[in-house]
Ligand binder design. Structure first.
Ligand code: KG4
Ligand code: ZN
Length: 355
């Protein structure tokens, strides 16, 4: 018997996403972003994001359904991001998901946002090998995760950023460089015409014994800010392309070196790179090069599935449904700072996953 179509809803930050997945297959998805409304503030404004979700949620779900050639009556389960993220933004998605699940009489599942990023890759490349190493690099997270069965086993959190996330570093430095928000894609574009070795930016925690899988990007951000200040104080034009290329090289170098080392140290043969920064051209190229040299298989989803979307949440929901996870109660709550331990943020898990 075919498993049900799972609708996934994502609203943890500035993207409103809806996706439909069945049996590991993406049937259709749609995303709306309030990014432009935040641009003049140089970062996401939580209240603006929450209001934008209110306006976008229903149209985005309708677009995802149209995209898949399905109607509301075809939805067999609803999965929604319950955390981590901005509380007002999360509330909108969770409220919408509850209303739909109740009205349609279908089960509801709460999903951890980072587990969604991990599962995104299954929509492009099939089931994840067990175990695999996952580098989640986004605007809010920089984490190395050892993943076994994504929905049944606890996830081992090997390391995190001690301060700024990699995407946050791109966003903040881009602002200092006078590039538009979001900074990551802008730095990526500016870097194309630059020399990645023009500026010797630091590689924070690169050789740290205390934090072998930990990251730190705030010192790098400060180094880039000082570099820009020095040029401006001297009345010189900022060599923007070289600065962007060198910054990108420093970030890509640290991320990929630590991710490959984590694989080697743990005897893991597959590295999965996900999250918005996985869309970065240099991160992708250097990960490819270093994985090939180390005999590690690299998996990176298409850029549209790297940034926040509803399909990735539907992918976790689909895995939960097929694993027989018990649905969440309708009083399911958001958890804005949810620690990553299990993919599902609901009390009713498959028995093997309960710890
Ligand atoms: O995963 P995501 O959409 O949202 C979060 O969960 O944070 O990631 C957004 C982050 C932003 O910081 C953005 O600047 C960064 O991903 N990003 C990139 C690129 N595309 C998006 N960073 C570097 N290069 C890119 N091409
Ligand atoms: Zn994200």
């Amino acid at each position: 018997m075919a498993s049900p179509v799972v609708l996934g809803i994502e609203s943890s930050c500035d993207e409103t996403g809806a996706g439909l997945v069945r049996d590991g297959r993406l049937l259709g998805h749609a995303v709306a972003s309030s990014m432009d409304e935040h641009a003049r503030f140089g970062g996401v404004v939580p209240e603006i994001a929450a209001r934008a979700h209110v306006q976008a949620l229903t149209p985005v779900i309708r677009r995802a359904l149209e995209n898949a050639g399905l109607g509301y009556g075809d939805i067999g389960a609803v999965a929604v991001t319950t955390g981590p993220g901005l509380s007002g933004a999360l509330q909108v998605g969770v409220s919408g998901a509850k209303a739909l699940a109740y009205a349609l009489g279908v089960p509801l599942h709460g999903v951890h946002h980072l587990a969604g990023h991990v599962a995104a890759d299954t929509l492009d490349h099939g089931p994840l090998p067990q175990p695999c190493m996952v580098l989640v690099v986004s605007g809010g997270h920089t984490s190395l995760l050892l993943v076994r069965d994504l929905v049944r086993d606890p996830i081992t959190h090997l390391g995190d950023t001690l301060d700024d996330a990699a995407g946050e570093c791109f966003d903040k430095v881009a602002r200092i460089f006078g590039l538009p928000y979001p900074g990551g894609p802008a730095v990526d574009r500016a870097a194309r015409d630059g020399d990645p070795y023009a500026v010797d930016f630091p590689r924070p925690l690169a050789a740290s014994r205390a934090y072998p899988y930990g990251f730190s990007f705030s010192g790098l951000k400060t180094a880039a800010a000082r570099w820009a200040e020095r040029h401006r104080a001297a009345g010189a034009e900022l060599p923007l392309h070289d600065g962007a290329a060198s910054l990108q090289e420093a970030v890509a170098d640290v991320l990929t070196a630590k991710a490959v080392a984590a694989c080697t140290d743990h005897g893991v043969g597959t590295l999965v790179v996900v999250g918005g920064v996985a869309a970065n051209s240099r991160v992708r190229a250097l990960a490819e090069e270093r994985c090939r040299a180390a005999g590690i298989t690299l998996r990176v989803p298409r850029p549209g599935l790297c940034t926040d979307n509803g399909a990735m949440i539907a992918a976790v929901g689909d895995l939960l449904v097929r694993a027989g996870a018990a649905p969440a109660p309708l009083h399911l709550s958001i958890d804005p700072s949810a620690p990553l331990h299990l993919a599902a943020l609901t009390p009713g898990l498959a028995p093997e996953a309960a710890v």
